[in-house]
Design a protein around this ligand. Sequence first.
Ligand code: XLS
Ligand code: NI
Ligand code: NI
Length: 442
Amino acid sequence: MSILLGDREYFKGIGKIPYEGPETDNPLAFRWYDENRVVGGKSMKEHLRFAIAYWHTFCGSGLDPFGGPTLFYPWDENSDAVARAKDKADAAFEFITKIGAPYYCFHDVDVVDYADDVRTNEKRLQTLTEYLAEKQKSSGVKLLWGTANLFSHHRYMNGASTNPDFQVVTHAGAQIKMALDATIALGGENYVFWGGREGYMTLLNTDMKREQEHFAQMLKMAVAYARKNGFKGKFFIEPKPCEPTKHQYDYDAATVIGFLRQHDLLDDFSLNLEVNHATLAGHTFQHELQVAADAGLLGSIDANRGDYQNGWDTDQFPNDLQEWTQAMLIILQANGLAGGGINFDAKRRRNSTDVADVFHAHIGGMDTVARALLIADKIRQNGEYDRIRQERYHSFDGGKGAEFEAGTLQLEDLFGLAADGGEPAMISGKQEYLENLINRFI
Ligand code: XLS
Ligand code: NI
Ligand code: NI
């Protein structure tokens, strides 16, 4: 089976990335990601469900607020939008197949450039959907999630579903409908809402309550439409506290969970958590994972990292073993991601301009996450980590503590127990001990 549908090879000189193990000198090989290796009863491939982000990897131009593009792609040359989009799809599937990721993710406008006419756009996306369906079939690569880009076009400068102008809201709805059609036709397993410009720049001009109600209304319409058309997957909301707006409504996991509960959306939605968004919200990534896991809403992950010295969404590739080991401990404890996977919402730096750089970036990210999975599995097998955490709460496992948990004590009972039991002994939190324990396995 050929990995290429088109006849051009875009990533010349680089073949399928093999697994060669930790000792290899080959920079274009995996040291840790061995897709068939079984960890805790499941293959690495099934645990991690890696996905490639169409927008960064095949569309990202290296543009930043201070300078224009630095990344020029041979698949971007055709002047016809549909032909150009097909070239890009060829390049995308060549890369995804060579790197060996089982999934990809896209926004509507990553797949094909949109014009300023809704019906033209619908036709374009349908044409590309058919093309992508063929590419999926011949490669075995699947769609982890689709989404609509409701933040780049200038019409969305005041928001999309939360825009104060209803005509803009209709355009957001149209784009969501088309992106859902594409996702469903491609067997997409999930659909994502990241609240691009759903938020405000100043409260002076904003009716926050009304805007959030509009957002909930749009989500309900999207669910109704998708279910009516046979979509069985999950919807994810991806929290982020700011950027591009000063304040995004989907601030963090806890905020989104409250919103979903308030609008009765918990049956259809769970969370897609991004590392760099967690850190922008002043949380660790682990915090966000734990909040979602505790609510049974840990759906999917956008893997990347920020630069911890500056405060914006730098979307660097993950490389921090400490961070990912702790994340994996939470994911394993939660029995994995519910329906989602690990999508590299990450871009190489704008001065990483060699063709090989995009491979190095993904290999590094995949190896970091795979290695963290192996480490976390060892820590769990060793058992001491789980035991210490459990032991810390043992006073609730029986006696009056258990009655407290069961809700059968009154406040005056606590008074009596405090008075009779006397001053509690000091019990160490053992933080440094636990930090050393984790490091022992890294
Ligand atoms: C931006 C978001 C975006 C979403 C998809 O910060 O991470 O890339 O993942 O719209
Ligand atoms: Ni993201
Ligand atoms: Ni992001």
